[in-house]
Write a protein of this length. Structure first.
Lengths: 266, 374
């Protein structure tokens, strides 16, 4: 059984895009990440992406960089994120995908990481700085314990690499909407639609679109052609503004709902 | 990966392109001032006693360091790739100045990323880059040094890769950078080997060079790798000492890991996060070493040693007082190690030290540390 595959299938059956919110684990605290993940599922999240804070988050824009720095200052680590995942899994059924950089995983050891992630109830892992060309051993080790390796594609990715990524990735490919790093933007590149359709045609895999999804119209646009949409910095901005305040859960839910397509029940 | 594949393809094409080679050689000769001399350091020999010392004078290149060998090559490559904008990171500022210089020469828009801490300690080079028409962007995240400047340059590159070439300044990062930068720097060793043979009728016994990312050292060492009689020492920055935790010595103080797209020795904590580095020289203040160095160390071909801030400053003073050369604090690590290791060297040893850059940028800091009043 694959919780990720099932979540995509359910969204597709309901004729809607799957929603994947992202939270940097440990910001503002491990306890609050656990609580916020549950609250996001309550308002419609289909999958949850948990960010592993890293000292040098190359693929991240300013909002997520600051979130990672705050989480690290509070002592969060890959081991800590696995504990957070395990606590979410204790009460929640939604699929959990770790969004990480490769070095913390390598440092823990691929086999130990895979076993501990599986035991924590993690379903998939996306290592942002591990290209598919270097990822075969990692992919095999994850798959041997039933975890999905998720790989990224970008607007600059050529057809041959898209096919390799399609063969290696689990249920879905994470398509980066633009050349660049995570963070909010005013509009999505027009080429995104064609690129997503091409990726699906070449690979037969589901496609999630992320990086810069920060307005309801973005989510509505992406709903028209992609299988899933990832919302990260737009949520972490709220976490940054409210911090550990009592209203964080409520405000985060409000922000998330504000981003949902109009025709979607809330 | 897209931009890296595009770069690899373009680099493979120019490697065998005769017109590219001629253009590069012309600029290195008529503009940079190559070949750089090989200087016998007689008074340093007398002071240390019993060894023969030559200096490869990369400090005499235009802009004051070996960095320009690489920026000429990469800027010409950027032009061939149709890029209108180049970006670079810089630590000590030498790579930034060398990039800003070739950008002016070849009519390329230029943006340099530099950590705020490095901007403070290398203010002269910040002014030089701005005078050359480059935009210098302060990087205030993380340790506010070279590593963070690379992070920011890489973020810029992935965002603007269609118009922009990233001129990475050392043998770091993902393929093809470590090989490409080595190839552009290998001119140092090709010249030095021929010059040494012409002057001495034999090869040196030992090469010594400082290792930050490791471009000046690999540039010198590469031409001698097939000469089994030639030993090589790369000198890392031990800062305030390995035991203090305040250093940039990746081999004795680090472990294998991945940073900036490279699997090599890095300074990291138990959770795989990159740890803070320290060195008196901004150019060596970086938590990863070039992957080819890690490979050559594993093969036993190159030995890696360290010099502390104090030893580097001692090397700086020796060269200034005895040879009339103010070396860059980076290069002073090679001299400082040699002075400290003198007693362990075989009498009569022939030593070739790569003097990778000059110390104009470091005069304020060196004067302060050595108690000299301006």
């Amino acid at each position: 059984m694959s919780r990720i595959r099932d979540a995509f299938a359910q969204a597709q059956a309901a004729g809607r895009v799957a929603l994947i919110p992202y939270l940097t684990a440990g910001d503002p605290s491990a306890d609050q990440t656990v609580e916020l993940a549950g609250l996001l599922q309550d308002c419609g999240a289909d999958l949850m992406e948990l960010g592993v804070p890293f000292s040098d988050p190359l693929a991240d824009g300013a909002i997520n960089q600051r979130a990672a720095a705050r989480a690290l200052e509070r002592g969060m680590s890959l081991s800590g994120v696995l504990q957070v995942a395990s606590r979410v899994r204790g009460s929640r059924s939604l699929p959990l995908v770790l969004f990480t950089y490769f070095n913390p995983v390598l440092r823990m050891g691929l086999a130990e990481f895979a076993a501990r992630a599986r035991d924590a109830g993690v379903d998939g892992v996306l290592a942002t700085d591990l290209p598919v060309e270097e990822g075969e051993e990692y992919r095999q080790i994850l798959e041997s314990v039933g975890l999905e390796a998720i790989f990224l594609a970008a607007p600059t990715t050529g057809a041959a690499r898209i096919e390799s990524i399609g063969k290696a990735t689990g249920t879905f490919i994470y398509y980066v909407s633009r050349t660049g790093v995570t963070g909010e933007q005013s509009s999505l590149p027009e080429a995104a639609r064609d690129n997503v359709l091409e990726i699906r045609r070449l690979t037969g895999k589901k496609v999630a679109v992320g990086f810069g999804i920060s307005r309801r119209e973005h989510v509505e646009q992406v709903s028209g052609y992609a299988d899933a949409v990832v919302i990260g910095s737009a949520l972490m901005k709220i976490v940054e503004e409210i911090g550990g305040g009592h209203s964080l859960g409520e405000q985060l839910q409000r922000r998330f709902r504000d981003l949902l397509p109009r025709d979607r029940p809330r | 990966m897209g931009p890296l594949l595009e770069l690899t393809e373009a680099y493979e094409a120019i490697r065998v392109d005769e017109s590219f080679r001629r253009e590069m050689e012309r600029i290195l000769r008529d503009y940079v001032g190559r070949p750089t001399p090989l200087t016998r350091a007689r008074r340093l020999e007398s002071a240390l006693g019993g060894i023969r010392i030559h200096l490869k004078r990369e400090d005499l290149n235009h802009t004051g360091a070996h960095k320009i060998n690489n920026t000429v090559g990469q800027a010409l490559l950027a032009k061939r790739m149709g890029k209108s904008r180049v970006i670079a990171e810089t630590g000590a500022g030498q790579h930034g100045v060398a990039t800003a210089t070739v950008a002016a020469l070849l009519d390329l828009q230029c943006v340099i990323y530099m950590g705020e801490e490095d901007m403070a300690r290398q203010a002269l080079n910040v002014a030089r880059m701005r005078l050359l028409g480059a935009t210098v962007v302060p990087v205030g995240t993380g340790s506010r040094t070279l590593k963070d400047a690379i992070n920011e340059a890489m973020r810029d590159w992935v965002t603007h890769c269609r118009s922009t070439h990233y001129i990475l300044g050392s043998v770091l990062g993902a393929h093809p950078y470590p090989r490409m930068v080595r190839d552009f720097q290998a001119v140092i060793g090709r010249e030095a080997r021929a010059q040494y043979l012409a002057a001495e009728g034999t090869l040196p016994d030992l090469l010594v060079a400082c290792v930050g990312g490791g471009s000046n050292s690999i540039g010198l060492f590469t031409a001698f790798l097939d000469d089994p009689s030639v030993g090589m020492v790369g000198v890392e920055a031990a800062g305030e000492g390995i035991a203090s935790g305040r250093h940039a010595a990746r081999f004795p103080g680090g472990s294998p890991g991945v940073l900036h797209g490279t699997f090599t020795y890095i300074l990291q904590d138990a959770g795989g996060n990159i740890t803070a580095t320290h060195s008196v020289s901004a150019g060596l203040d970086y938590p990863a070493v070039g992957p080819e160095h890690a490979h050559l160390r594993e093969q036993g071909r190159i030995r890696y040693e360290t010099a502390t801030d104090e030893e580097a400053l001692a090397g700086f003073q020796l060269l200034a007082r005895l040879e009339g050369i103010l070396p860059a604090l980076e290069s002073a690590h090679a001299v400082g190690w040699l002075a400290s290791a003198r007693s362990s060297l075989t009498p009569g040893s022939r030593i070739l030290v790569n003097l990778s850059g000059r110390g104009d940028k470091d005069v304020d800091q060196a004067a302060a540390r050595l108690g000299v009043k301006p």
